[in-house]
Design a protein around this ligand. Structure first.
Ligand code: SAM
Length: 229
């Protein structure tokens, strides 16, 4: 049976329900949420992903800022079949969580991507996540990226890292540009890059203030932090 055919209660908890089809090299939703938590972003400053693909980082960031629990619209959980499942307690907890969801974001959350189809997909996903009117996605090459006016915030992205031989060399200019854009236009911001390729990480050309080792499935990756003073 395919995951699509599984009854709701059996579907993995990382499947939030807003991203029906997968684009190339998407981040799984729970890894995206973990990366956002690791940045230490506190919701009152802007959050930007200039290589947003399907929009998972801005969407997860917005749900956090709105205090919206990720399983809120899930119809059924596995524990609801347990012998001692307490329907009243669950209903009370779920209703309390629903009442606590905010309606507006404290600061802008933005995404952009070179590909128009990725941007259209991110917009659809944000709508499916119930936050279409709160987020902004634009089609833009990261080389033309400028952070929004106002107080600095957090940039978090996972650029492509070339899983096939030969691909990584083609990606060196992209990583180099990322470093130039950070250094020249993003003063005061904190930028995070999640990548599975140390050679491409070096091509950014900036010294990371921290490197957190992580795995994306089987791929050893690092979350690099750049303080753009
Ligand atoms: C690994 S994917 C990002 C995945 C995304 N976090 C997700 O889960 O869907 C990398 C993204 O970078 C985008 N990209 C590649 N080169 C770019 C460029 N020069 N400017 C902006 N986006 C670019 C690709 O279109 C792709 O969507």
């Amino acid at each position: 049976m395919t995951p699509r055919g599984l009854p709701n209660a059996w579907k993995s908890l990382h499947k939030r329900g807003y991203r029906p089809i997968l684009t190339k090299a998407p981040l799984n939703e729970s890894l995206a949420a973990a990366l956002i938590l690791m940045t230490g972003w506190r919701h009152e400053t802007p959050f930007v992903d200039p290589l947003c693909g399907s929009g998972v980082l801005p969407i997860e960031a917005a749900w956090m800022a709105l205090r919206r629990p990720p399983g809120l619209t899930r119809k059924r959980f596995g524990f609801q079949g347990w012998m001692d499942y307490d329907v009243q307690l669950w209903t009370a907890l779920r209703d309390e969580a629903r009442r606590g969801v905010g309606r507006t974001l404290p600061a802008p959350i933005l995404g952009s991507d070179l590909r128009g189809d990725a941007v259209a997909f991110a917009i659809d996903n944000a709508r499916a996540a119930g936050i279409g009117r709160l987020l902004r996605f634009d089609k833009r090459d990261v080389r033309d990226f400028r952070p929004p006016e106002g107080p600095p915030g957090v940039i978090l992205c996972n650029p492509p890292y070339g899983e096939r031989i030969g691909e990584e060399t083609d990606l060196i200019p992209l990583y180099k540009s990322l470093g130039e854009v950070f250094a020249q236009r993003c003063k005061g911001w904190t930028a995070f890059v999640f990548t599975g390729n140390p050679m491409l990480a070096d091509a950014i050309g900036l010294r990371p203030a921290a490197q957190i080792p992580l795995y994306n499935g089987k791929i050893a990756c690092r979350l690099l932090r750049f303080e753009l003073e």
